[in-house]
Design a protein around this ligand. Structure first.
Ligand SMILES: Cc1ncc(COP(=O)(O)O)c(C=O)c1O
Length: 499
């Protein structure tokens, strides 16, 4: 098939017949300004002189003269038969564009902003392809081990077989075959009681939380929140007007008895029972039953965030709390951010009944209509052909090995400064600091010196935790872990001596 070269159109090009400026100069002036302001970018193909002349109703000679001038001044380059292109050396560093960026950054229209969203800095200004990943950046999958070739084959099959109907608006609840694959996976691997009809496909857990806030949360309502806990959940519900009640949490989840006794009026609770975030423990069955029983009697919704439980290294995955609940009080959240890759932005919500599904499907349609259909189809292809299970199995082996490496390093070099315990699962370890060290000051100092960590205290609101640092290990090979840990210990020692 012959290669079709696409040229650009020149935005807003019109000649002023009354002007004293010659027509070719007007064309030249307009195009050079468009190049300087980056409306037209380096490497783009210019329209042919004939096409451009016809589109603005002038003789071709006028365009040829303008192009000649542009070429002379280095704005465009051309060769016979291939056409003209915006010069490659006009890259992003043009002064004109820098000026434009500064103008955007300093625009002060903040008085019109109704909500100031509490979003973590780590999600802003982030060009993931460029952001150099440093140990111990928090729990990220080993993206270099993702089977992209297999994913590409799935994508190819999807696009080859795509029907026109797929390209239209689809079911807001999500692509049905994908929901079936997820339901089947959840029943067998996570002991979740569910059918495809109970699932809403979301843009990750974050959207699941937002949908819950928009459907269930009322202003002034109280919700229990693990402390320390997942600050993003806290932010979503408080933003919706609910009042957070912070419940002390430890390795085995939060203190249900304390919460019942001190704050019996809460009508929603957010928890991470399979792998408490950030401390890492599992909520024992006794507490789970206590909670589901209380929720049933007090009409409380339990939001179960099962974010990384696929990664259990010593046993099979811990069964979900949803599977234990006989009263249909649980909204179960899952995500592919940890098991596949965060940029995919696919997660799911498992809802307890039909009425709830309908309300959430409406909320999803209201928020963004639906997830991308092709991404859903590719994921379905990936899951239904067994690639998902194979990938999970491989990552479990790899991540367990990486945790062992990091633990051994901490044991060998941590002295009395940091210690860590083996974790049965998860994607991060907590390096507990000597008790006299302030973890947020230490984390800020380490981050400024090239070691990426988060302090445990960043996740605590009311109850002061012991000082510790979250160390993500899954994305780093042995050398990166070793170099990172040795650098971290050297820095901690230097900081302590200075103080
Ligand atoms: C506790 C917890 N839940 C869920 C997620 C995943 O969020 P999402 O699916 O929006 O990427 C994370 C990510 O770090 C997390 O730490």
């Amino acid at each position: 098939m012959p290669k079709i070269a696409h040229h650009i159109s020149i935005p807003g090009l019109q000649l002023d017949a009354a002007s004293k400026v010659p027509a070719y100069k007007q064309v030249y002036g307009h195009i050079s300004a468009a190049i300087l302001s980056k409306q037209i970018r380096a490497g783009q193909r210019m329209p042919s002189s004939r096409v451009l002349a016809e589109s603005i109703g002038v003789s071709r000679n006028i365009i040829l003269l303008a192009y000649e001038q542009l070429e002379l001044e280095g704005y465009i380059t051309g060769s016979v038969g291939k056409g003209s292109f915006v010069s490659e050396h006009l890259d992003n560093d043009l002064p004109a564009i820098k000026h434009k960026k500064e103008k955007i950054a300093t625009a002060e229209n903040t008085q019109h902003i109704a909500y100031d969203y509490p979003v973590s800095k780590m999600f802003m200004d982030r060009e993931s392809s460029k952001a150099g990943k440093k140990p111990f950046q928090n729990p990220e999958p080993a993206l270099d081990h993702f089977p992209f070739k297999v994913w590409a084959k799935c994508a190819y099959k999807v696009f080859r077989e795509l029907e026109f109907s797929h390209l239209n608006y689809n079911d807001a609840q999500g692509y049905f075959p994908l929901r079936e694959a997820i339901a089947s996976y959840l029943r067998t691997n996570r002991a979740v009681n569910c059918e495809a009809g109970q699932i809403i496909i979301t843009n990750g857990t974050q959207q699941g939380l937002n949908l819950i806030a928009s459907v269930l949360v009322k202003k002034g309502q109280q919700f229990w929140m693990e402390d320390p806990g997942y600050i993003n959940a806290h932010a979503v519900f408080t933003h919706a007007g609910a009042n957070a009640i912070h419940i002390p949490a430890g390795h085995d989840g939060f203190d249900v008895d304390w919460a019942k006794k001190n704050h019996p009026d809460a009508s929603l609770v957010y928890i991470t029972p399979s792998h408490q975030f950030p401390l890492g423990g599992t909520m024992p069955v006794g507490k789970r039953l206590l909670l589901t029983d209380w929720a049933a009697k007090n009409k409380m919704w339990i939001v179960e965030d099962d974010y990384d439980n696929e990664f259990q290294y010593t046993s099979g995955p811990i069964p979900s709390l949803q599977g234990l609940d006989q009263y249909k009080r649980v909204l179960y959240l899952g995500t592919f951010s940890k098991v596949l890759f965060p940029g995919l932005r696919i997660g799911y919500l498992v809802l307890p009944d039909e009425g709830m599904v309908k309300a959430f499907a409406h909320a999803k349609a209201f928020a963004d209509r639906q997830n991308s259909i092709t991404d859903q189809m590719i994921l379905h292809e990936f899951m239904s052909n067994g690639h998902f299970t194979i990938h999970l199995r491989k990552m479990r082996v790899l991540y367990k090995k990486r945790q062992d490496v990091l633990l051994a390093l901490i044991n060998q070099y941590g002295e009395d400064l940091i210690r860590a315990e083996k974790q049965p699962g998860g994607m991060h370890l907590i390096a507990w600091l000597r008790e006299d060290i302030n973890d947020s000051e230490m984390a800020a100092y380490l981050n400024n010196n090239g070691v990426t960590v988060l302090p445990v205290s960043a996740y605590a609101v009311k109850f002061k935790p012991k000082p510790g640092l979250l160390l993500g290990y899954t994305a780093f090979n042995d050398k990166q872990l070793t170099d990172g840990l040795l650098k971290m210990i050297t820095l901690i020692k230097a900081k302590i001596v200075k103080v």
